[in-house]
Design a protein around this ligand. Structure first.
Ligand SMILES: [Zn+2]
Length: 81
């Protein structure tokens, strides 16, 4: 399989986030730091506008769709496109 053909099967960042979001928040938003469900939406990440930001009302910390997942490293440390 050539590199070009292989690339067709790699999903874009946006599509990955959609899937991660469905899996991760399927039962509601949960703070990755303290486990609280008292979470509010805080807009989108400026540099990755398809990533949702959140704030926990219990511990006051901010996080996003990828915080605490292995995908965090992929999206922030690499360039997939
Ligand atoms: Zn929290």
């Amino acid at each position: 399989m050539s590199v070009e053909v292989y690339k067709l099967f790699i999903p874009k960042d946006e599509e990955c986030i959609e899937i991660i979001r469905k899996i991760r928040w399927g039962n509601g938003y949960i703070c990755p730091y303290c486990g609280s469900r008292d979470v509010i939406l805080k807009g989108k990440e400026g540099y990755k506008s398809y990533i949702q930001r959140y704030r926990c009302n219990s511990c006051k910390r901010h996080f996003n769709d990828l915080t605490g997942t292995i995908f965090y490293t992929f999206i922030y440390k690499s360039n997939w496109s």
